[in-house]
Design a protein around this ligand. Structure first.
Ligand code: ATP
Ligand code: MG
Length: 709
């Protein structure tokens, strides 16, 4: 590996500038030593050479025909041309302006024109120059507001679902960490290939990709999460690339595929991409500062500075162009470093325009000189031959394109029907849960502990005045506990936001599928935990022991939990930070708790505030649980014994007598609770209506959150 990607073995004589008339052939040396710049720029590489370097770089990679496609019907690459691309963003108004200053705009990309053909196309530039923004625009993943110009694919407007047809590997790998490499690729194959493709063929494609990407030795290893270390960074990157390659896209975009990788791993990834480019794919990648062994793989190079292009053309001609305009690359220097040095005004690399010693220490002078260099580069590029050639080609493309209508909107298209997607997303969500037992073991453990604690505190409630107080306290606690334990649901959609957005815009599944799968898995998990909690609490405390009463108790707690979860999800669906959602939810539940019916006598609350009780989830739960438990109970056993006859006692047993409440019904009446059948079930109806309402809000929020960068 290190032989292939080792430092450039370049001598002074090797670094002669090649003849500009040379054809822009792909440039990888057949020699396993890093070749000289002159060799690199003039010697075309044969397919065998590339495969040989790749096999040596990765012994697991072979060049056998694709079993999934019989090696014959691989999709070729497309030509991506971009015309007058400008992109501006509105900057938020400065608060210090106090409304006096106007909204400011910032130009991110300025009038970009060019063509990316099948091959390895690199976008190079210093940090913040607009590489990622440009890549997003080419891949149709940028918010269209502020964007002008046109991107054509093979001379025709981008299809509205271009995002789903092309591959895009984001900078931070977004793959499900708990799953294995094979399971991730299988998921991608199931949803991104048409349903008509037989399962056997999908499996063959997954296996082939695993071999092709050199992942055979980690195919059944987990990718890795924050808690469990998984495969290496390079293997993860290759898995991300595999997720996109599964559908054999004509164009593959990659945003900084070498970020976070060591030099030799980065080189392996690039060799893999080069090999795909050799097969005719159009690979467009942004890269910050590649080493020479990577730089020499590029077929076309786009150099950017402050959102403008200062070079766009064959990678082999870039040095010639810079030489022509007065910047000579040192023979030992890496061309990529040299370009960045020139762009950044690093004076050791720049021989023209000259700068004297004093200016080197003067920051204003440095800044002025940098600006001059940028302007110089821009003017010179416009005069260059490459620019004229590109311009002529772009004009021809525009002329031929005239008859093709422009699509109106961007859409996401899917390769599989709703239930197929649902089955796979539910499968993945449950598998993710199974493989990370801490996700469900922690709440289960906490609930078992709490149920035992509460069971012990209220153990064996009696039918006397203490029983009245203990029942009320226990029912209040279990209701409020169900509400507060749903606060953790805030991260349901926040934690996986990046993964969801990436998969949704790439056409894996519909928003509704993802939403349903997440809610179904959450509800299943929650129901199991609540059932265990209820069984322990109910029988330890000694609530009414009929199956009917227990069922109503369990149903009420489940409904309270579903409603509170729905509210949490509705509040958090469009949030980006879990802590903000947690604070909001805790505040909501505290207010609701106040109006639950224990802390304040609800009939006595002032009219202006009494409506809040209708929004209180715990009130509905607490009321239903109290009706379920209190109706039919008598709390005056002592008095019965004391006075001798039951009938005389019940007659005396009013709230006014000795300050005691003798029957459950009296207690409920005092609380203003209607304990009829409808009085009980209306609480469940209210909870169900609220659940549907909050779930709808959560779904709509998820549907309409900003999905473009
Ligand atoms: N929505 C936005 N609002 C404000 N500024 C933005 C926005 N999008 C991009 N920018 C700015 O545009 C410039 C280019 O951003 P971009 O992410 O494209 O740069 P980059 O070349 O990819 O940088 P890096 O190499 O660090 O990834 C940056 O200065 C960035 O702050
Ligand atoms: Mg970037």
């Amino acid at each position: 590996m290190s032989e292939v990607c080792g430092p450039a073995d370049v001598t002074q004589s090797d670094r002669s500038v090649p003849d500009q008339s040379q054809a822009p052939e792909p440039a990888v040396s057949p020699d396993l030593r890093c070749p000289s710049a002159a060799q690199t720029m003039t010697e075309p590489i044969s397919r065998n050479d590339l495969e040989m370097t790749n096999v040596i770089a990765n012994p697991m990679v072979t060049s056998q025909p694709d079993p999934a496609t019989n090696g014959s019907n691989q999709q070729g690459g497309s030509t991506v041309s971009f015309h007058n691309i400008c992109y501006t963003v509105q900057l938020k108004r400065d608060l210090s302006c106090q409304g006096r200053c106007r909204r400011t705009e910032r130009e991110i990309l300025v009038d970009l024109n060019g063509i990316m053909k099948p091959g390895l196309n690199a976008i190079l530039g210093p940090t913040g120059c607009g590489k990622s923004s440009f890549l997003d625009i080419l891949a149709a993943r940028k918010d269209p507001s502020g964007l002008s110009g046109e991107v054509l694919i093979d001379g025709a407007p981008q299809p509205p679902n271009f995002k789903c047809l092309s591959g895009y590997v984001v900078q931070d790998d977004v793959v499900m960490g708990a799953l294995t490499v094979r399971q991730n690729l299988r998921f991608s194959a199931a949803l991104r290939l048409p349903k008509s493709v037989p399962q056997r063929e999908k499996e063959a494609r997954v296996n082939h990709l695993i071999t092709e990407l050199g992942l055979a030795h980690v195919a059944d290893s987990r990718v890795g999460t924050e808690l469990n270390r998984g495969i290496s960074g390079g293997e993860k990157k290759r898995t991300s690339i595999g997720m996109e390659l599964i559908m054999d896209p004509a164009v593959l975009f990659l945003d900084e595929p070498t970020t976070g990788l060591d030099a030799s791993t980065a080189c392996t990834v690039l060799l893999l991409l080069k090999r795909m480019a050799e097969k005719g794919k159009t690979i467009i990648l942004s890269i910050h500062q590649p080493r020479y062994s990577i730089y020499r793989l590029f077929d076309s190079l786009t150099l950017m500075v402050s959102g403008k292009m200062v070079y766009h053309g064959p990678a082999q001609s870039a040095l010639v162009h810079f030489n022509k305009i007065g910047y000579q690359c040192d023979s030992n220097d890496n061309p990529a470093d040299f370009f960045l040095d020139v762009i950044n005004g690093n004076f050791t690399a720049v021989t023209s325009p000259p700068v004297n010693r004093r200016e080197v220490l003067d920051f204003d002078a440095i800044s002025r000189a940098r600006q001059n260099i940028k302007e110089h580069l821009l003017t010179e590029y416009i005069k260059a031959e490459d620019f004229s050639t590109t311009k002529a080609e772009l004009e021809r493309i525009i002329k031929d394109k005239a008859t093709v209508p422009r699509p109106k909107s961007r859409t996401v298209t899917y390769n599989s029907p709703f239930f197929h997607q649902l089955r796979w997303v539910v499968w993945r969500t449950l598998l993710n849960l199974m493989l990370q037992p801490q996700i469900w073991l922690a709440p289960l453990g906490v609930n078992i502990f709490l149920s035992l604690l509460v069971g012990a505190v209220f153990f064996g409630v009696k039918d006397d005045q203490s029983g009245l107080q203990n029942r009320t306290g226990a029912l209040f606690f279990v209701t409020v506990h169900q509400c507060f334990s749903t606060v953790a649901a805030a991260e349901l959609f926040i934690k996986e936001r990046k993964l969801f957005i990436h998969e949704y815009i790439s056409g894996y599944y519909r928003v509704s599928v993802y939403f349903l799968a997440k809610m179904l898995s959450d509800i299943t998990l929650r129901s199991i935990v609540i059932s265990v909690f209820s069984c322990i609490v109910y029988f330890m405390i000694g609530f009414k022991s009929t199956p009917e009463n227990f069922s109503i108790f369990l149903l009420t707690l489940l409904l309270v939990s579903y409603t509170a979860t729905a509210l949490t999800v509705a509040v958090s669906a469009d949030q980006n930070v879990v802590s903000v959602a947690n604070i909001l939810m805790s505040m909501c539940f505290v207010v609701m708790m106040l109006f639950s019916g224990l802390l304040v006598n609800l009939p006595s609350v002032i009219v202006g505030l009494s409506w809040v009780k209708y929004l209180s989830i715990p009130r509905y739960g607490f009321t239903a649980l109290k009706i379920n438990e209190f109706v039919g109970l008598i709390f005056c056993e002592d008095t019965v014994t004391h006075n001798g006859t039951t009938s005389s006692i019940l007659a005396n047993c009013t709230m006014s007598v000795r300050g005691l409440t003798c029957t459950g019904e009296q207690h409920l009446e005092y609380q203003g609770i209607n304990y009829s059948d409808w009085g009980l079930w209306q609480n469940h109806v209210a909870l169900m209506v609220m659940t549907i309402l909050f779930q709808s809000v959560a779904y709509l929020k998820l549907r309409f959150i900003k999905k473009f960068s």
